[in-house]
Design a protein around this ligand. Sequence first.
Ligand code: FE2
Length: 192
Amino acid sequence: MKHELMALPYAQSALEPYISSETLSYHYGKHHAAYVNKLNALIEGTAYADMSLEEIILDAKDAIFNNAAQVYNHDFYWRGLSGVQSHPSDELSTVIERDFGSMDLFKQAFIAAAAGYFGSGWIWLVLSEEGKLKITATSNADTPMRHGEKPLLTCDVWEHAYYIDYRNMRPNYLENWWKVINWEFVSANLKR
Ligand code: FE2
């Protein structure tokens, strides 16, 4: 099966002024696209050629895993953003308040985890196997699916996600990334 670069659910300028169209043209158009192309090249003629992205992620190692998981993580990241204002569902608000105390405490904890994460990776809001919301980090291409956790939201903290707009100022990226979260997507993932 040939994997395809997902179509962005909005225009490349939709996240401005918080995330620029120049960032999207590189991050989506070059980095994300490269993971898709590399994955297709690596799996050609192997047992992975006919597997879904999820099946590859759960089985593969090394370069095939890295490229497949980066495709999945980026698909999830873009779907979790929107230029249109949105709000968490009542159900999501209730579990955030239950597990973090308040939406504001959740935001503080998520941004602190993302700002303090060393190196390249992903910060996630996940639902654990015990049904509790947690903030987790995965290194490089790693993804919560491999740890039995259901992702609700992710933030890409690889430098390529923010260097054009924010240079080395990851905390400024995080504050502005927060403004374009697609809460409808996050809320729908809780029900999934
Ligand atoms: Fe990225």
